[in-house]
Write a protein that binds this ligand. Sequence first.
Ligand code: MD6
Ligand code: FE
Length: 196
Amino acid sequence: MRLLPSLLPPDQQRRLVAELRLILDRAPLYSPAMPGSGKPLSVRMSNCGPLGWLSERSGYRYSPTHPLTGEPWPAIPAMVLDLWHSITGVAYRPEACLINYYGATARLGLHRDQDEDAGDAPILSISLGDTALFRLGGPERKSPTRSVRLSSGDMVLLDGPSRHWYHGVDRILPGTSQLLPEGGRFNLTLRRVTRP
Ligand code: MD6
Ligand code: FE
C-alpha cells in the first residue's frame, strides 16, 4: 500500500471540489443500506463513471445508474483520469469512482475491496477536506493494523498484494481542513471493475 502525501496541491483540491459539486448536483449523495440489516451506513455516497458501487440490503453490486434518480452516473472528470493514469501507470481507464462523504461522526468498517472482476487492477483514492484516521491492515481480518492520518490532498494506492488488504476509516478529525465550507471529508475511490 502506498501512501502519497500532499500529492494534490491546494489549487487543484479546490478545482476538484468544484467538479465534485457539479457531479453531486446531478447524482446526489444518499445513505446506502447495509447488506442484511438494511441499516443506513454513516457514510453518504454517490459515484461517477460508467459504473457505480452500491451497498444495498441485498448485497453489494455495481450499477450504471443512480439508485434514486435512475440516471446514468456523470462522467469522471478529466483531471481525475489524468491522475489515475499518471499515478497507477496503467493505460486502461477506471470505470468506477466512488464518492464517499463523511460528516463529523461517520466511519467505515474494516473491509476489502473485492467486488471487482478486475481483481488485480490497482485502486487509487483521493482525500479532500478533514483529516481521516485511516486503519491499514493486512491480508487477513486478524492481521495487525496501524493507524495512518490521511489529510486533504493525500492519495492512497492499493496495488500488488495490498490490493486485497483490509482497511477502514476509524473516524475523521472535524475542523482540520478549511477546504469544505460544510466541513467533513470526501474520499474518491477509483477502480477498474471489468477485466481490461
Ligand atoms: C476512505 N477508502 O478513505 C475509504 N479503498 O474514506 C477506502 O476504502 C479505500 O482509500 C480502496 C483503496 C483506497 C481506499
Ligand atoms: Fe476500500
